[in-house]
Design a protein. Sequence first.
Length: 161
Amino acid sequence: MRRYGAIGLVVALAAGGCCWTTTPRERSSRRDEGVALAGELARGVAACAERDRGKLPPTTRTVPSQLTDVAGKAWSSKSEDWADEAYKCAHFGVGKPQSWQVQWVVTGARQGLARATADFDGDSRPDYIVEHDVSCSGEKCLAAPNVREPEPPTGRDGGAD
């Protein structure tokens, strides 16, 4: 009887939420949030840079500042969290609880990317990273049509840039 109790406890814990036990549909929905955030920021920055004759705004701080703020949970930002130049120029901000850390990153003189990083299982390490590229040629700037999903780092430092 004791053996079955221990097995039952393990099964119950595994199924009941001690671990990241979402369905494929829930994971897809969470991924979609990151894709939407990165896409919205990338399109906003591309439009911003076009208004500024092809000049990309500087790299922003991450929002939230620590990945642990969205580790296994949603986090609510304040308007002042979106005060960096790129966020303001892109008219970007998140007005509802978010499960992703967001950042604009300049990667070259005429290019950059909008990055969204998530830690769904709450272990303080990235589970998903979504990046949406922006590039400028002359005064014309475009957000790429698709996102990239690079592998998250495997180290224990707990974060993206």
